[in-house]
Design a protein. Structure first.
Length: 160
């Protein structure tokens, strides 16, 4: 049986284990509270914007109006729709690739073919998006076109 040592604390293994558990619990609680305070008080950078969101910010900054705004909104909708289609097209291809990779004897040629399909879909989407962007840019006078492309390049450098 364990008794009490001269300092008034429990003696033996049980007493020490209780003190260790208490110290560990206290340490974990302090770390948790410190983490909570840190996340509440520190400024965190915003998550990177998607390309269409960056373009929308640029269009807002340029104060596009009338036909220019309508052309921009058509471009943005086309971009979103094409990106959604790309995800829908490539999801089964990527799933098939992972399935093939999981095989003990994965076929490198099959994987390469699936990657080629996904890349062809991505290339077609990029061409469609570029055509939609050119249609929008055609509504801008040369100075605004230069301004838009400069702002787009700057935004891309800040949010790759």
């Amino acid at each position: 049986m364990t008794g009490i040592d001269p300092s008034g604390r429990p003696a033996g293994k049980r007493g020490r284990a209780g003190l260790v558990a208490l110290a560990l619990s206290l340490t974990l609680n302090v770390c948790f509270v410190a983490g909570l305070v840190w996340t509440r008080t520190m400024d965190h950078p915003p998550p990177p914007m998607a390309p269409v969101e960056r373009f929308q910010q640029i269009a807002k900054d340029m104060n596009l109006q009338g036909d220019q705004l309508a052309a921009f909104q058509q471009f943005a909708q086309t971009f979103r729709d094409r990106q959604r289609l790309l995800r829908d097209q490539n999801k089964p291809i990527i799933d098939a690739m992972w399935t093939e990779l999981a095989n003990p004897q994965a076929d490198p040629a099959k994987i390469a073919g699936l990657l080629d399909q996904a890349n062809q879909n991505r290339s077609a989407a990029q061409k469609d998006n570029t055509t939609a962007l050119l249609t929008f840019l055609a509504t801008l006078p040369p100075d605004q076109r230069t301004q838009f492309t400069t702002l787009a390049q700057q935004a891309q450098q800040h949010h790759p």
